[in-house]
Every structure is written in structure tokens, then in C-alpha cells.
Design a protein around this ligand. Structure first.
Ligand code: S3P
Length: 450
């Protein structure tokens, strides 16, 4: 398994770099392109393993996808009634988004399918989609996880819906704000006999709503309430073109390295800044960090900007509520910023981190402690006592198979007093295959050992 060797920075980071396409939007673009009645073009696809898992799933269901291997996919959509039964189980790898969104799509199909994943995905909670999809008449079951209150996980068995049967309309209150659950239910609503009406405790990322609306589907949102009307005709969704924005969740690692490095000026190009997703920017500014944002247009309802980070002195703050939700995937790298801030930073309302690719609350606290930073867990978050002066203690750490923990460790290693080793770093390829090369392009010394 690959490991990264990270040397302490010997000069200021500087430069302007591209970041991989937004992972959330890429999943949705592949799914919706497959359901149109013609050929859609996706530009800027970045071949992170999670997105490739979604791409492969649709190939298994009879969707022809031409890939120029330089980031342009031409997806030959088959309409809402054209998917065909996959010959084998669909392997979602490490990708929770693939599994949950596909479950929504498969729930409406007249064929049977099975969704499987890697060891981490096979521990993650799936009752959150199995229960409401079942409520609207889907034939779906998970695998009992054992121990905790009847929770089910992967593998999932889905369908078939009996011939001529559609899913029922649904009114559902989500117990936790989750874009994956919301999107699974909205997607299943494309095969329903009536509307899908959802209410979330807080507004989670709205990429699905934006895309469905840009494609002409009848979808209304009012704060945390969203309502989708199913299209009458299975060939009603027109093909489209999208320039996928860069992923703010990937950019955050690069920008954080810039914020922490004396003399640094670091820019990420064409980065997605959807406001339901841009909590990282607001958290950085709350900590006193300097980020400048230059708008760069939008594609299919998703805004992009060039983001520049400059070295900044940071102060500890509290981060919770909707701000934390809008940065849920960036909390690990925000913890690295907190590790270099003056005073204490408390992250709360982030219990969902316990059911991500790893228990990220436990993983972050262990990681910070390995670098000599005081950190402690709470039930719904953690606290960090910053160490703004001097260098961190160089460490040898394990990623726990979690890409965002591996990348957070790498950024911390740039500010350590000797070489840092990040074991089990191959997982970085799930979201940011060129991470080490991107840091090198900015002046860091990061080597990949196979
Ligand atoms: C995602 C939603 C979030 C996020 C995940 C991607 C999406 O998960 O953590 O990385 O694309 O919908 P939840 O919706 O489960 O919080």
C-alpha cells in the first residue's frame, strides 16, 4: 500500500493549480446524463475512484460512455425507461455517494440489482435510505450490521419493482440533514406516481436540486423543504453539456497549506463555490484567514471562482450548526488550521463525522495528538488547543483508509520538524489522484512510495 513521505517546507508555497472536478457534482452529472434521451458531454472529469465507480455502474446498466481519457466523457443517455439489468453486483468501492444515490435510481427499476462496497463502506449506515425508499414501495433491503439498534449496511439488494408498478409519492422528514439521503429520495422520485416532498433539519448541499432544475424538471425549494414532481414522459430529459467545477473539498487542502505557510500565495482555479457547500471559506475567515475569491462564471447552475489563500495568523473559534454542515467534508482540514491557531477551537454538531469513511472525530484527534497538538473528543465533535509557534512534531501516521485524513496528515507534515510518513495513502486516489503532484507544483517535497 502506498505511503507518502512529506518533508518540512523549505520555501514558501506559491503558484496557481487546478483541482479535481467536484466529486458530488460529477456523480450527479453522470447519473443525470445517463437518464437523458441523447448524448451529454461532461468536461473536466477527474477520474477519482469514487466517480469512476458511478461511471462504471452505468456502463454495467447498458449506458454507452465514450471517454477521451483527458477528462471529457460523452454519455449516451437511455432515458428513464432504458436502463438494463447489470450482470453482476455493482461495486461502489469506497463511495457512499455512489451507493446511496444509485439505490435511489435502482429503487425505481423493473430489474433486480445488488450494491456492494469496500470494508469501510460495508460499515456505513444504510437504514437512512433503505427505510424511506421502502416507505414509498421500493423493494430494498440491507445487511444487518449487528449490535446497534437494527442498523443495516451494504450489501444492498434492490428491486425488481413488479411490472407496470411505479413508486408511491412520498412525504418525508429527514432525521439528519444529508444530501445523499435527500438526493437518493429525489432521484427515486423520477420513477414515482406522484410528488416527492422532503424536509431537512438544515439545508444540506443542493447540487441535485440545481441540476434537476437546470434540466427543466419541476422542482421547488423553500429553505429546507424541497418538492419534485415526476416527469410524465420517460424521454423528457434533454441531453446537456457541463463544465465540471473544481472541488472545493479538494482545494481546501491546498488552500490550507497556503494559509499556514509563511510567505505563501496559493491559488486554486475554477473552484466550485456553491453556497450550500462553501462553509470552508467562511470558517477560514472566521479564524482570521485571508482568502480572496474571483468569480469565474457558472455551468448548469453551479458557480465557480478562483480562490487565493495568503499566509495568515489564525485565532481559535467555535464552529457548529449550519456552518459546520456546509463544511462537513472540510472539518478534518479545518482541524489542521485550528492546530496552528492561537487558542482553542471547538467543533460541535458534527456527530455525522463518526459515520464517514472512518470515524473522523476519533481519527482527527489521534492525528493531531501524533503531531504533538492537544485535542480531545466530545460526543458530537472535538476541541483543539492550537500551537501557533514553532514546528509540529514529525509523525508516522496511518490514514485509516480515509482519503481526507491522509491529506490532512500530509498538510500537517509540511509544518513538522522532520520527515512525516503517511501510511495507507493510496486512498487519496478516491478523490484527489494528483494530490502529491499538486503540492509539488507549489514547491512542497512530497514523495509517493509504492
Ligand atoms: C455528499 C454528501 C455528504 C458528503 C459527501 C458527499 C453528496 O454526505 O459528506 O462527501 O455528494 O451528496 P451526507 O449527505 O451523508 O452528509
Amino acid at each position: 500500500m502506498a505511503r507518502l513521505i512529506v518533508q518540512p517546507l523549505s520555501r514558501p508555497l506559491s503558484g496557481s493549480v487546478p483541482v479535481p472536478a467536484d466529486k458530488s457534482i460529477s456523480h450527479r452529472a453522470v447519473i443525470m446524463a445517463a437518464l437523458t434521451h441523447g448524448c451529454s458531454e461532461l468536461a473536466g472529469f477527474s477520474y477519482g475512484e469514487d466517480n469512476v465507480a458511478t461511471q462504471r455502474a452505468f456502463s454495467q446498466m447498458g449506458v454507452r460512455i465514450e471517454d477521451d481519457a483527458h477528462g471529457t466523457l460523452r454519455v449516451h443517455g437511455v432515458g428513464l425507461a432504458g436502463l438494463t439489468a447489470p450482470a453482476d453486483a455493482i461495486d461502489c468501492g469506497n463511495s457512499g455517494t455512489t451507493m446511496r444515490l444509485l439505490a435511489g435510481v435502482l429503487a425505481g427499476q423493473p430489474f433486480a440489482s445488488r450494491l456492494v462496497g469496500d470494508a469501510s463502506l460495508t460499515r456505513r449506515p444504510m437504514t437512512r435510505i433503505v427505510q424511506p425508499l421502502g416507505q414509498r414501495g421500493a423493494v430494498i433491503s440491507g445487511t444487518p450490521r449487528g449490535g446497534d439498534g437494527g442498523e443495516v449496511t451494504a450489501p444492498l439488494s434492490v428491486g425488481p419493482l413488479p411490472a407496470g408498478r411505479r413508486l408511491d409519492p412520498l412525504e418525508y422528514q429527514l432525521p439528519v440533514a444529508s444530501a445523499q439521503v435527500k438526493s437518493a429520495l429525489l432521484l427515486s422520485g423520477l420513477w414515482a406516481s406522484g410528488p416527492t416532498l422532503l424536509r431537512e433539519p438544515l439545508v444540506s448541499r443542493d447540487h441535485t436540486e440545481r441540476m434537476l432544475s437546470a434540466l427543466g424538471l419541476l422542482i421547488e425549494t423553500a429553505g429546507p423543504i424541497v418538492k419534485l414532481h415526476p416527469p410524465a414522459d420517460p424521454l423528457s430529459i434533454d441531453p446537456f453539456s457541463i463544465e465540471l467545477p473544481g472541488d472545493l473539498s479538494a482545494a481546501a487542502f491546498v488552500l490550507a497549506a497556503g494559509l499556514l505557510c509563511e510567505g505563501a500565495v496559493v491559488t486554486t482555479r475554477a473552484t466550485g463555490v456553491n453556497p450550500t457547500r462553501s462553509g470552508f471559506i467562511d470558517i477560514v475567515r472566521r479564524l482570521g484567514g485571508e482568502l480572496s475569491i474571483a468569480p469565474r462564471g457558472e455551468s448548469l447552475g453551479e458557480p465557480r471562482a478562483e480562490i487565493t489563500a495568503r499566509h495568515s495568523g489564525l485565532r481559535g473559534q467555535s464552529v457548529g450548526g449550519e456552518l459546520a454542515l456546509r463544511a462537513i467534508d472540510e472539518i478534518p482540514i479545518c482541524a489542521a488550521l485550528a492546530a496552528r491557531a492561537t487558542g482553542v477551537t471547538r467543533f460541535f454538531d458534527v456527530a455525522e463525522l463518526r459515520v464517514k469513511e472512518s470515524d473522523r472525530i476519533a481519527a482527527i484527534v489521534a492525528l493531531l495528538q501524533a503531531f504533538g497538538v492537544d485535542a480531545s473528543e466530545h460526543e458530537d465533535g472535538f476541541s483543539v488547543e492550537g500551537r501557533p509557534g514553532g514546528r509540529l512534531r514529525a509523525a508516522q501516521v496511518d490514514s485509516r483508509g480515509d482519503h481526507r485524513i491522509a491529506m490532512t496528515a500530509t498538510v500537517l507534515g509540511l509544518f513538522a520538524d522532520g520527515p512525516t510518513v503517511v501510511d495507507d495513502a493510496g486512498c487519496i486516489a478516491t478523490s484527489f489522484p494528483r494530490f502529491a503532484g499538486t503540492l509539488r507544483a507549489l514547491g512542497a517535497e512530497v514523495e509517493v512510495e509504492p
